[in-house]
Design a binder for this molecule. Sequence first.
Ligand code: PGA
Length: 252
Amino acid sequence: MRKPMIAANWKMYKTPKESLAFLDEFLPQVESHTASEIAIFPTMSSLGYVIEATRGTCVTAGAQTMHWLNEGPYTGQTSPTMLESIGCTAVLIGHSERRIYAHETDDMVNLKLKAALDHDLIPIVCVGETFDKREAGLTEAVLRWQVAVALNGIQGDLCGKLVIAYEPVWAIGTGSVATPRQANEAHAIIRHEVAVHLGQRCSQSTRILYGGSVKPDNVANLMAEPEIDGALVGGASLQPRSFLDIIRNATA
Ligand code: PGA
Protein backbone atom coordinates (compact mmCIF):
# COMPACT_ATOMS: atom_id res chain seq x y z
CA MET A 1 0.00 0.00 0.00
CA ARG A 2 3.00 2.32 0.47
CA LYS A 3 4.80 2.78 -2.82
CA PRO A 4 8.56 2.52 -2.25
CA MET A 5 10.63 5.66 -2.76
CA ILE A 6 14.32 5.62 -3.67
CA ALA A 7 15.95 9.01 -3.32
CA ALA A 8 19.40 10.32 -4.24
CA ASN A 9 20.97 12.94 -2.00
CA TRP A 10 23.79 14.41 -4.05
CA LYS A 11 24.98 16.67 -1.20
CA MET A 12 27.69 19.11 -2.40
CA TYR A 13 28.62 17.08 -5.48
CA LYS A 14 28.07 17.62 -9.20
CA THR A 15 28.09 20.81 -11.25
CA PRO A 16 25.12 21.38 -13.57
CA LYS A 17 27.14 19.80 -16.39
CA GLU A 18 27.92 16.72 -14.29
CA SER A 19 24.29 16.48 -13.15
CA LEU A 20 23.06 16.52 -16.75
CA ALA A 21 25.67 13.95 -17.78
CA PHE A 22 24.34 11.66 -15.02
CA LEU A 23 20.76 12.13 -16.24
CA ASP A 24 21.73 11.45 -19.87
CA GLU A 25 22.84 8.01 -18.82
CA PHE A 26 20.26 7.42 -16.09
CA LEU A 27 16.93 8.56 -17.52
CA PRO A 28 16.74 6.15 -20.50
CA GLN A 29 17.21 3.29 -18.03
CA VAL A 30 14.16 4.21 -15.94
CA GLU A 31 11.82 5.16 -18.76
CA SER A 32 9.33 2.39 -18.01
CA HIS A 33 10.06 2.17 -14.29
CA THR A 34 6.97 2.04 -12.09
CA ALA A 35 7.96 -0.16 -9.13
CA SER A 36 9.11 2.78 -7.01
CA GLU A 37 9.13 6.53 -6.94
CA ILE A 38 12.55 7.98 -7.78
CA ALA A 39 13.69 11.35 -6.45
CA ILE A 40 16.94 13.25 -6.90
CA PHE A 41 18.15 16.05 -4.63
CA PRO A 42 20.97 17.95 -6.39
CA THR A 43 22.75 21.08 -5.18
CA MET A 44 20.86 24.36 -5.46
CA SER A 45 23.02 25.42 -8.43
CA SER A 46 22.02 22.31 -10.41
CA LEU A 47 18.40 22.10 -9.26
CA GLY A 48 16.84 24.18 -12.06
CA TYR A 49 18.69 22.16 -14.70
CA VAL A 50 17.68 18.86 -13.13
CA ILE A 51 14.04 19.97 -12.91
CA GLU A 52 14.03 20.83 -16.62
CA ALA A 53 15.79 17.61 -17.62
CA THR A 54 13.44 15.39 -15.59
CA ARG A 55 10.20 17.10 -16.61
CA GLY A 56 7.74 14.51 -17.91
CA THR A 57 9.82 11.60 -16.59
CA CYS A 58 9.21 9.39 -13.55
CA VAL A 59 11.93 11.24 -11.61
CA THR A 60 11.08 13.91 -9.04
CA ALA A 61 13.63 16.67 -8.43
CA GLY A 62 13.91 18.32 -5.04
CA ALA A 63 15.97 20.71 -2.93
CA GLN A 64 18.33 19.65 -0.16
CA THR A 65 17.08 22.40 2.15
CA MET A 66 15.07 25.63 2.22
CA HIS A 67 14.08 28.44 4.58
CA TRP A 68 10.57 28.44 5.98
CA LEU A 69 9.76 32.07 5.10
CA ASN A 70 8.75 33.27 1.64
CA GLU A 71 11.27 36.11 1.50
CA GLY A 72 13.42 38.27 3.71
CA PRO A 73 16.93 39.45 4.56
CA TYR A 74 18.45 35.96 4.88
CA THR A 75 21.65 35.84 2.85
CA GLY A 76 22.28 32.50 1.22
CA GLN A 77 18.79 31.11 1.78
CA THR A 78 16.14 29.93 -0.68
CA SER A 79 12.44 30.10 0.10
CA PRO A 80 9.61 27.64 -0.54
CA THR A 81 8.00 30.13 -2.94
CA MET A 82 11.23 30.30 -4.93
CA LEU A 83 11.46 26.51 -5.10
CA GLU A 84 7.85 26.33 -6.21
CA SER A 85 8.47 28.96 -8.89
CA ILE A 86 11.10 26.81 -10.63
CA GLY A 87 8.93 23.70 -10.56
CA CYS A 88 10.55 22.03 -7.56
CA THR A 89 8.21 19.51 -5.95
CA ALA A 90 10.13 18.04 -3.01
CA VAL A 91 12.50 19.08 -0.25
CA LEU A 92 14.76 17.42 2.30
CA ILE A 93 14.24 18.80 5.79
CA GLY A 94 16.58 18.50 8.75
CA HIS A 95 19.27 16.29 7.22
CA SER A 96 21.82 15.56 9.94
CA GLU A 97 24.50 17.43 7.98
CA ARG A 98 22.24 20.52 8.11
CA ARG A 99 21.65 19.95 11.81
CA ILE A 100 25.39 19.56 12.50
CA TYR A 101 26.97 22.14 10.17
CA ALA A 102 24.16 24.68 9.77
CA HIS A 103 22.86 24.30 13.34
CA GLU A 104 19.31 23.47 12.32
CA THR A 105 17.16 22.68 15.33
CA ASP A 106 14.05 20.54 15.77
CA ASP A 107 11.98 23.74 15.94
CA MET A 108 13.33 24.86 12.57
CA VAL A 109 12.50 21.43 11.16
CA ASN A 110 8.94 21.98 12.37
CA LEU A 111 8.71 25.40 10.69
CA LYS A 112 10.14 24.01 7.46
CA LEU A 113 7.74 21.08 7.44
CA LYS A 114 4.79 23.44 7.85
CA ALA A 115 6.11 25.63 5.01
CA ALA A 116 6.68 22.62 2.73
CA LEU A 117 3.11 21.43 3.29
CA ASP A 118 1.73 24.94 2.67
CA HIS A 119 3.55 24.98 -0.68
CA ASP A 120 2.66 21.44 -1.70
CA LEU A 121 6.27 20.31 -1.62
CA ILE A 122 6.81 16.65 -0.73
CA PRO A 123 8.69 16.86 2.58
CA ILE A 124 11.30 14.28 3.50
CA VAL A 125 11.96 14.89 7.17
CA CYS A 126 15.26 13.38 8.31
CA VAL A 127 15.71 12.05 11.84
CA GLY A 128 18.30 9.82 13.47
CA GLU A 129 20.41 9.31 16.55
CA THR A 130 24.17 9.80 16.96
CA PHE A 131 26.49 6.96 17.91
CA ASP A 132 26.74 8.27 21.50
CA LYS A 133 22.98 8.40 21.92
CA ARG A 134 22.61 4.84 20.61
CA GLU A 135 25.38 3.62 22.94
CA ALA A 136 23.61 5.31 25.84
CA GLY A 137 20.37 3.49 25.03
CA LEU A 138 18.64 6.69 23.98
CA THR A 139 17.73 5.84 20.38
CA GLU A 140 14.00 5.57 21.06
CA ALA A 141 13.90 8.78 23.09
CA VAL A 142 15.79 10.73 20.41
CA LEU A 143 13.60 9.48 17.57
CA ARG A 144 10.36 10.09 19.42
CA TRP A 145 11.46 13.58 20.37
CA GLN A 146 12.60 14.51 16.85
CA VAL A 147 9.35 13.26 15.31
CA ALA A 148 7.18 14.85 18.01
CA VAL A 149 8.74 18.29 17.58
CA ALA A 150 8.73 18.03 13.76
CA LEU A 151 4.99 17.27 13.81
CA ASN A 152 4.05 19.76 16.52
CA GLY A 153 0.98 21.75 15.47
CA ILE A 154 0.74 20.08 12.06
CA GLN A 155 -2.87 19.87 11.01
CA GLY A 156 -4.89 18.64 8.08
CA ASP A 157 -4.87 15.42 6.19
CA LEU A 158 -1.28 14.35 5.68
CA CYS A 159 -2.14 10.86 4.54
CA GLY A 160 0.34 9.82 1.89
CA LYS A 161 2.05 13.22 1.84
CA LEU A 162 4.59 12.87 4.59
CA VAL A 163 7.89 11.08 4.08
CA ILE A 164 10.35 10.51 6.92
CA ALA A 165 13.93 9.33 6.50
CA TYR A 166 15.53 7.43 9.35
CA GLU A 167 19.23 8.19 9.02
CA PRO A 168 21.33 7.11 11.99
CA VAL A 169 24.15 9.67 12.07
CA TRP A 170 26.72 6.94 12.69
CA ALA A 171 25.78 5.21 9.44
CA ILE A 172 25.98 8.22 7.12
CA GLY A 173 28.97 8.11 4.82
CA THR A 174 30.75 5.66 7.12
CA GLY A 175 30.11 2.31 5.44
CA SER A 176 28.53 1.08 8.72
CA VAL A 177 25.01 0.41 7.59
CA ALA A 178 22.38 -0.30 10.27
CA THR A 179 21.33 -3.94 10.30
CA PRO A 180 17.91 -4.54 8.76
CA ARG A 181 16.66 -5.38 12.25
CA GLN A 182 18.04 -2.19 13.84
CA ALA A 183 16.54 -0.13 11.03
CA ASN A 184 13.18 -1.89 11.21
CA GLU A 185 12.99 -1.32 14.98
CA ALA A 186 13.75 2.37 14.54
CA HIS A 187 11.16 2.69 11.77
CA ALA A 188 8.53 1.06 14.00
CA ILE A 189 9.29 3.60 16.74
CA ILE A 190 8.96 6.45 14.22
CA ARG A 191 5.70 5.08 12.80
CA HIS A 192 4.28 4.72 16.29
CA GLU A 193 5.15 8.33 17.09
CA VAL A 194 3.56 9.50 13.82
CA ALA A 195 0.39 7.63 14.86
CA VAL A 196 0.39 9.40 18.24
CA HIS A 197 0.35 12.79 16.50
CA LEU A 198 -1.46 12.20 13.21
CA GLY A 199 -3.48 9.05 13.82
CA GLN A 200 -3.19 5.45 12.78
CA ARG A 201 -4.42 5.90 9.21
CA CYS A 202 -1.91 8.60 8.45
CA SER A 203 0.96 6.73 10.07
CA GLN A 204 0.19 3.69 7.91
CA SER A 205 0.40 5.81 4.76
CA THR A 206 3.61 7.60 5.79
CA ARG A 207 6.65 6.33 3.95
CA ILE A 208 9.71 5.86 6.11
CA LEU A 209 12.98 5.61 4.18
CA TYR A 210 16.23 4.27 5.54
CA GLY A 211 19.43 6.23 4.87
CA GLY A 212 23.05 5.63 5.81
CA SER A 213 25.55 3.68 3.68
CA VAL A 214 22.88 2.12 1.45
CA LYS A 215 24.60 0.24 -1.38
CA PRO A 216 23.46 -2.05 -4.23
CA ASP A 217 24.36 -5.11 -2.15
CA ASN A 218 22.58 -4.21 1.11
CA VAL A 219 19.39 -2.53 -0.10
CA ALA A 220 17.40 -5.73 -0.74
CA ASN A 221 17.83 -6.97 2.83
CA LEU A 222 16.80 -3.60 4.21
CA MET A 223 13.77 -3.41 1.93
CA ALA A 224 12.69 -6.90 3.00
CA GLU A 225 11.76 -5.44 6.42
CA PRO A 226 8.08 -4.57 6.73
CA GLU A 227 8.62 -1.05 8.10
CA ILE A 228 11.18 0.04 5.50
CA ASP A 229 9.56 1.81 2.54
CA GLY A 230 12.57 3.00 0.60
CA ALA A 231 16.03 4.47 0.80
CA LEU A 232 17.76 7.85 0.90
CA VAL A 233 21.12 7.30 -0.74
CA GLY A 234 24.18 9.55 -0.61
CA GLY A 235 27.52 8.27 -1.89
CA ALA A 236 26.12 5.33 -3.87
CA SER A 237 23.73 7.60 -5.79
CA LEU A 238 26.49 9.60 -7.47
CA GLN A 239 27.14 7.06 -10.24
CA PRO A 240 24.22 6.16 -12.53
CA ARG A 241 25.17 2.47 -12.49
CA SER A 242 25.15 2.06 -8.73
CA PHE A 243 22.00 4.16 -8.24
CA LEU A 244 20.25 2.07 -10.92
CA ASP A 245 21.36 -1.12 -9.20
CA ILE A 246 19.96 0.16 -5.90
CA ILE A 247 16.65 1.02 -7.56
CA ARG A 248 16.42 -2.41 -9.18
CA ASN A 249 17.56 -4.42 -6.15
CA ALA A 250 15.20 -2.50 -3.86
CA THR A 251 12.12 -3.91 -5.52
CA ALA A 252 13.48 -7.08 -7.10
P1 PGA B 1 25.35 7.90 2.53
O1 PGA B 1 24.50 9.21 2.84
O2 PGA B 1 24.49 7.01 1.67
O3 PGA B 1 26.57 8.40 1.78
O4 PGA B 1 25.68 7.26 3.83
C1 PGA B 1 23.12 9.15 3.11
C2 PGA B 1 22.59 10.52 3.40
O5 PGA B 1 23.29 11.32 4.02
O6 PGA B 1 21.45 10.87 3.03
